[in-house]
Design a binder for this molecule. Structure first.
Ligand SMILES: Cc1cc2nc3c(=O)[nH]c(=O)nc-3n(C[C@H](O)[C@H](O)[C@H](O)COP(=O)(O)OP(=O)(O)OC[C@H]3O[C@@H](n4cnc5c(N)ncnc54)[C@H](O)[C@@H]3O)c2cc1C
Length: 459
């Protein structure tokens, strides 16, 4: 711990707050918005990069998890996540991609616009918002307050908070607080890392005429087997973006490198970029419609699917998901399959899929977002309490936003009632969630998943 080396007493306090959210990814932004909803408490949101969104804007453009996969799609997420999509919809910055991928219908969005939407909603909500500010240490929890130390270009600062929501993706707050966690890769192979890239000037009409995704898949297989382009894997997905003539990819795959180790991450970033340009050559030379295309953007950093998963009061397990349990204290729903990107036993690339039986849905308990070693914090997003398999189902952004929503409201209740995070009245929490239109019961009606169907789901 750094506090054993440095004297943190000399560091100035930047401010005190009621609720501090660490990390402005999809989970953290929604947690801060939910926490600020009542207007009763001071809420601060702190982010290490210069823009909000985390993975949602660093590398992706599709929200999965709003709809269940399969032939009978139902919309199972609501509340603040809907408001985010509505904002994007208002300017024509979304479209639905019906069941184009195993995860179900995706809400495809313009990620640059999403940065603006997160900013706008955060500022309008009166949240104390700090970018370029990195959590580096948590000091002792004295007087029922957590003192967090941040590094900025201007020096070190402390922020003191009554309640903390850890939305850092890597569970940095929980780690620095000495809470128990499981590290991905310790017991099962960690999911692979992916640099995403975007290409412009693609003739999508020509691509579709030549066979579209089926043709792409076949050509990828042939190229992989022949070794002509030295492709890293047989598969890889490409989809159109909101911007005309542009596509986005999830194709690169980097395995056997750790998502928290600086040397490994450096190697992974280099390898991710190398693979991206290997794909560029392949697309330009082999795929009709891509002849004049070029990469116009690489993800801001390589995508890390899992690192630390904190031990919560409860732990989401594969059995729970597959048995479609909906506990009484459920705070959101999920119907996504287990989608585990990994290296197969023969060393080859493999993505393992397992669907929730009968197009099913499961509920996620409040205890999965409360670290078992804490009384004043929550852990949301990809570091919540789940086993490797369950996490591989419950990590899409509609679900990470839902966790943030529940934690933000729970932080309010814990201050209202002067209780610990472990003692929040889950009936009250569910009532508060329903008041903002969270979906807690599996709906019977089918969702409209046509390309422009988003607005129809609110009829
Ligand atoms: C390659 C890849 C493809 C995926 N594809 C999809 C998809 O198509 N659709 C989908 O729905 N889901 C997808 N997922 C899963 C989903 O995107 C993630 O699970 C989800 O975005 C995680 O959100 P989060 O808020 O928990 O974490 P993050 O988005 O990682 O946000 C964490 C935030 O905390 C900040 N932070 C970290 N440490 C600190 C610190 N010490 N101090 C201050 N700030 C800090 C980070 O900069 C970041 O902004 C994918 C994931 C990956 C990696």
């Amino acid at each position: 711990m750094i506090s054993e080396i440095f004297n943190f007493n000399v560091i100035p306090v930047l401010f005190e707050t009621d609720i501090l959210v660490i990390g402005a990814g999809s989970a953290g932004c929604v947690a801060a918005l939910a926490a600020a909803e009542s207007g009763k408490y001071d809420v601060a949101l702190v982010e290490r990069y210069g823009f909000p969104g985390g993975t949602s804007t660093q590398m992706l453009d599709t929200f999965y998890g709003f709809f269940t996969p399969g032939e009978m799609p139902r919309k199972i997420v609501g509340g603040i996540p809907d408001r985010i999509v509505n904002e994007l919809n208002a300017t024509g910055d979304i479209f639905l991609r019906p069941n184009t991928y195993g995860a179900g219908t995706g809400v495809n969005y313009n990620p640059e616009r999403l940065k603006y939407v997160w900013d706008k909603l955060i500022v309008e909500a009166g949240i104390n918002y700090l970018l370029h500010t990195t959590l580096i240490e948590v000091l002792s929890e004295e007087n029922e307050r957590s003192t967090c130390v941040f590094w900025t270009k201007g020096g070190f600062y402390k922020i003191i908070a009554k309640r903390v929501i850890d939305a850092s993706g890597d569970a940095d707050f929980s780690y620095l607080s000495d809470y128990g966690f499981e590290l991905a890769g310790e017991n099962e192979p960690a999911q692979s890392l992916t640099t995403t890239f975007r290409m412009s000037n693609v003739d999508l009409g020509l691509f579709e005429k030549a066979g579209g995704r089926k043709m792409l898949k076949e050509k990828m297989h042939v190229s992989f087997e022949s070794g002509k382009h030295n492709l890293p894997r047989k598969d890889g997905s490409v989809h159109e973006m909101c911007q005309t003539g542009c596509v986005s990819t999830v194709a690169v795959k980097v395995t056997d490198l750790k998502g928290l180790d600086a040397r490994d991450l450096t190697l992974a970033e280099i390898e991710g970029r190398r693979q991206s340009y290997t794909y560029e050559d392949f697309f330009r030379e082999e795929i009709p419609g891509f002849e004049g295309s070029k990469i116009i953007g690489l993800s801001n950093q390589i995508g890390v699917r899992e690192t630390r998963r904190v031990y919560g009061l409860e732990r989401l397990t594969k059995e729970h998901c597959m048995q479609r349990k909906v506990p009484e204290d459920s705070i959101f729903l999920c119907g996504a399959p287990i989608e585990d990107h990994r290296k197969g036993d023969n060393g080859e690339d493999e993505t393992y899929w397992q669907y929730i039986p009968n197009d099913g849905v499961y509920g996620v308990s409040y205890g999965t977002i409360v670290p078992k070693d804490s009384k004043r914090s929550w852990v949301v997003g990809r570091c919540f309490s789940a086993t490797h398999d369950a996490h591989a189902s419950c990590r899409s952004m509609a679900q990470t936003m839902s966790m943030g929503q529940a934690a933000g409201l729970a932080a309010n209740l814990s201050l209202d009632d002067d209780t610990g995070s472990d003692a929040v009245d889950t009936n009250k929490l569910r009532t508060a969630l329903l008041e903002i239109n969270t979906v807690l019961e599996v709906p019977h009606n089918l969702a409209d998943t046509s390309r422009n169907g988003w607005s129809n789901n609110f009829k």
